[in-house]
Design a protein around this ligand. Structure first.
Ligand SMILES: *[C@@H]1O[C@H](CO)[C@@H](O)[C@H](O)[C@H]1NC(C)=O
Ligand SMILES: *[C@@H]1O[C@H](CO)[C@@H](O)[C@H](O)[C@H]1NC(C)=O
Ligand SMILES: *[C@@H]1O[C@H](CO)[C@@H](O)[C@H](O)[C@H]1NC(C)=O
Ligand SMILES: *[C@@H]1O[C@H](CO)[C@@H](O)[C@H](O)[C@H]1NC(C)=O
Ligand SMILES: *[C@@H]1O[C@H](CO)[C@@H](O)[C@H](O)[C@H]1NC(C)=O
Length: 380
């Protein structure tokens, strides 16, 4: 109970610190900036522009931290997006895509960066080359030459973090843009840059230290259409959902027309009361912990115990056709006071890891790939 209160307070406290900048729509270039927590995910979290004539060199460096294998980090363009540059992660490895004149280039290489540690990234343009240094070592280098390329001497150069300013169809290849990561100590174009942010976007703080998992602070949900999730192999085995981590509130819900199941630790959910008691055993924090939900044609089984049984149901057919599977609450219940508070270390469906970045809807409060590393009450 004590933990729960502190979590809420700290969130408000951190948001207040940020509001003072965000309400003005300006963020200092060297500030800690969270690239995640926004919708739609291609839209940058911050952007800025400068007059090309004020810039002595195309040179930026910053520190970057993530546990997310895929997403947008940095974007730059000139000529209103006719020439553009995108730095992203793919399988944790940095990738640059460049569009210039009629050329599209993509290069990928270097170390995996999604280890939760801060890495120094440096981007510079030297003559016909664009170079990416990671932790002070050259890791990627691209040379571009064409008679069609003209040096840009006028106009604006635009920069953005966590999204892009051109249409995604211009990319050589697309990727999952959402990036659960943070940037700090940035120096952009070797000038004193101030980021601008869309004041309608809520800019989220970064946790001082992170660990692997999906974090639900108790404010919203992530929803999947089950027809896009791993499917039924045999009717006897059905579908198995495994969740690792300790939690408070509504863990998940499963719905289709005429069917609704909510798995929650709330006293009010009578059908789960025995389950909650059972889950609490052996958990040192006193909270429900690891859970296995087995979905069969006519029944749902939670940790070996049947919670739904109805011969008239065909839940597996509904799963194939597309049910709503929500983690963290029940879709449509706006005043849900029992939203999940949890760090879910892993979510597996049919043995396959589920990435919340692939949800059809995810509330901006949910972190797909990182949880605060320390119990939040230790931070205060
Ligand atoms: C960055 O700016 C400083 C001061 O304006 C200048 O002395 C330095 O040469 C610049 N660095 C690069 C790489 O352009
Ligand atoms: C950039 O600066 C130059 C020289 O100061 C000025 O003539 C030009 O209008 C500026 N361009 C933009 C897009 O602000
Ligand atoms: C809870 O468990 C008790 C004893 O095992 C049983 O009598 C009772 O019906 C169960 N309640 C529910 C809601 O399953
Ligand atoms: C939950 O699962 C993890 C990973 O398998 C395991 O290390 C941990 O002991 C489990 N916790 C409980 C209370 O069973
Ligand atoms: C899930 O996707 C399937 C296939 O695209 C669609 O027919 C179904 O209506 C969707 N279900 C929901 C709940 O959106």
């Amino acid at each position: 109970m004590g933990l729960r209160k502190v979590v809420v307070l700290l969130f408000f406290y951190q948001n207040f610190a940020w509001l003072s900048w965000v309400s003005a729509g300006k963020i200092p270039g060297e500030a800690v900036i969270n690239l995640g927590h926004k919708n739609p995910s291609w839209v940058p979290v911050v952007q800025t522009s400068a007059n090309v004539s004020d810039i002595s060199s195309i040179w930026s460096y910053f520190e970057f931290r993530t546990l997310d294998p895929e997403g947008t980090i940095f974007y730059g363009d000139t000529k209103e997006g006719q020439d553009w540059f995108v730095l992203s992660l793919h399988d944790g490895i940095p990738e640059m895509q460049i569009g210039k004149a009629n050329i599209l280039v993509s290069v990928k290489g270097g170390p995996k960066l999604n280890d939760g540690a801060w890495h120094k990234l440096e981007l510079r343009s030297e003559g016909k080359y664009i170079i990416l240094d990671i932790n002070n070592k050259v890791e990627l280098m691209v040379g571009l030459e064409s008679e069609l390329i003209q040096d840009v001497v006028t106009g604006n150069i635009r920069l953005a973090l966590g999204g892009i300013l051109v249409d995604k169809t211009k990319l050589l290849h697309s990727f999952k843009p959402a990036m659960d990561g943070c940037v700090r100590r940035g120096h952009w174009l070797n000038i004193s840059t101030v980021w601008e942010t869309d004041t309608s976007l809520e800019v989220w703080p970064c946790f001082p230290e992170i660990k692997k998992g999906s974090y639900f602070p108790g404010r919203g949900i992530a929803v999947f259409n089950t027809s896009y999730l791993p499917g039924v192999k045999t009717e006897e085995q059905g579908i198995t959902i495994e969740v690792y981590g300790s939690w408070h509130g509504t863990l998940l819900s499963l719905q289709s027309p005429g069917f609704k199941y909510v798995l929650s630790d709330l006293e009010g959910h009578k059908e789960d009361k025995n389950l909650t008691m059972e889950l609490k055993e052996g958990s040192d924090s006193g909270e429900p912990t690891n859970l296995t939900l087995n979905i069969l044609k006519h029944s749902l089984i939670v940790n070996g115990k049947s919670v739904v049984e109805d011969e008239t149901l065909d839940i597996l057919s509904s799963w194939r056709d597309g049910m709503q599977l929500a983690f963290g609450g029940v879709p449509g219940e706006i005043k849900d006071s029992n939203h999940l508070q949890a760090c879910l270390e892993r979510i597996l469906i049919q043995g396959k890891d589920i990435d919340l970045d692939e949800a059809s809807f995810k509330h901006t409060s949910v972190s797909s790939h990182s949880c605060p590393a320390k119990a939040i009450n230790e931070l205060t």
